[in-house]
Design a protein around this ligand. Structure first.
Ligand SMILES: Nc1ncnc2c1ncn2[C@@H]1O[C@H](COP(=O)(O)OP(=O)(O)OP(=O)(O)O)[C@@H](O)[C@H]1O
Ligand SMILES: CC(C)(CO)[C@@H](O)C(=O)NCCC(=O)O
Ligand SMILES: [K+]
Length: 259
């Protein structure tokens, strides 16, 4: 059984994949100090609580936080007797080309998202992920990763306003009915929500213009459904895109062992 771990700057998600479907998914805040033993206690508690009694013998990790890798390696080795595949490390091969400037360390989550997007929807794709950052990643016709866009995350933008301006409160993102707010909270929500609608639409049309071809837009991440409502920003929404990509990459590495 495969344990797939997607560690972002804010949250870390663990999913168990039986080769055909995910049996369970659990989320915890990312903390680089968390030890192998802490991961194990947390995971086995949840497995027991939900009656998921399976043997894990493979682990794959994508992390945007390099410091968690050491403890996750110890976790896989100590408790599951395996060496984890870590996306972005030389021993983890990708089923697609990566065509970016030499020396660029593309975020593993972005690579995994494009592998998943290509697997599900084919090439000529823009993958938008609403995480800590909002990323746009471009997949060529042949599935290659050819670059993208990094914008501040939606929650990060709201938090930055609150932190930088003494009179601006902490607010949660929502979809305001009107653009013109009549109180501080509405004004902030409008700026972020409608600002993002414009940003997403604008960046996708600029990418299409630059590529000079139709491109399908796939959205993922916690806030994607909020932006999906009513607006024609995305062609498809994928709930579990990063996890799906991890299973594709794991299978590719098993089917194509290093010679
Ligand atoms: N309507 C909503 N309003 C505010 N936050 C939301 C809403 N729906 C989902 N979320 C948030 O989305 C987040 C899940 O998003 P996702 O896993 O894509 O990114 P993340 O964990 O925040 O970032 P990263 O992957 O970079 O760590 C959760 O933290 C959840 O609180
Ligand atoms: C952009 C984020 C933070 C999005 O999670 C991550 O993919 C990352 O840390 N990337 C490294 C830089 C890059 O992707 O070019
Ligand atoms: K994410």
């Amino acid at each position: 059984m495969l344990l797939a771990i997607d560690c972002g700057n804010t949250n870390t998600v663990f999913s168990i994949w039986d080769g055909e479907k995910f049996l369970a998914t659990w989320r915890t805040a990312t903390m680089h100090q968390r030890t192998a033993d802490q991961y194990y206690v947390w995971l086995t508690t949840l497995m027991n609580l939900t009656g998921v009694n399976v043997d894990i013998d493979e682990v794959i990790v994508s992390t945007t936080v390099p410091r968690v890798v050491f403890n996750l390696r110890v976790f896989a080795d100590r408790y599951f007797g395996c060496r984890p595949l870590v996306v972005g490390k030389p021993e983890c091969r990708l089923p697609v080309d990566v065509r970016v400037d030499a020396g660029t360390q593309v975020g593993p989550d972005r690579l995994v998202n494009t592998v998943a997007g290509y697997d599900l929807h084919g090439g000529d794709l823009i993958v938008v992920d609403f995480g800590t950052a909002t990323t746009f990643d471009v997949v060529a016709a042949d599935g290659a990763y050819i670059g993208g866009v990094i914008a501040p995350g939606v929650n990060l933008s709201l938090e930055a306003l609150h932190l930088a301006a003494a009179a601006l409160p902490h607010v949660d993102v929502t979809r305001p009915e009107k653009v013109v707010g009549t109180n501080t909270v509405e004004c902030m929500q409008s700026g972020v929500f409608w600002g993002y609608v414009g940003l997403i639409g604008g960046i996708c049309s600029k990418i299409r213009e630059e590529r000079d071809r139709p491109m399908k837009v796939i959205a993922t991440g916690g806030l994607a459904p909020l932006f999906q409502q009513g607006d024609t920003l995305f062609d498809a929404f994928e709930d579990n895109l990063t996890m799906h990509g991890l299973t594709v990459i794991n299978k590719y590495n098993k089917d194509n062992p290093a010679s």
